[in-house]
Design a protein around this ligand. Sequence first.
Ligand code: HEM
Length: 143
Amino acid sequence: LSADQASLVKSSWAQVKHSEVDILASIFTANPDIQARFPQFAGKDIDSIKDTGAFATHAGRIVGFFSEIVGLIGNQSNVPALYTLTEQLAASHKARGISTAQFGEFRASLVSYLSNHVSWGENVAAAWNVALDNFFFVLTSNY
Ligand code: HEM
């Protein structure tokens, strides 16, 4: 990830990082199999759960994880912390039986959300692609 790419990821993430509920709702809508893995939300209509405190809590954790990662990128001295966080995420999700294919679905839906909600273009798309490739490399190496 070049310095320019890191700053594109940061500036575009800043445009949506407070839309936690909207982001998680769009991921659940596009991937019922992901929603089905959340005991509290499985089988429920998105509109009926979207405005609940429980949904906001989960959305805050999941989207907040990305904010933490994005906050660390672009600085070589943060690489060990990036590895540790990503390895922990792999371990906690592997233990829940979440497949890497489901992470792939999550990625596709997140990119789709970004492309519709931030100033998007070839350079921003390429920057996210490299950042997510790096993240997924570490994640899947630990599966
Ligand atoms: C919990 C992040 C993808 C299912 C969590 C938590 C975080 C998180 C931070 C809370 C801490 C923990 O328990 O580890 C993420 C991120 C993802 C991702 C950043 C993508 C890059 C997925 C996918 C699934 C999933 C694809 C299901 C197919 C769950 C479940 C929980 C959870 C079931 C526990 C919820 C509960 O406490 O009831 N996730 N997650 N996650 N995640 Fe993920």
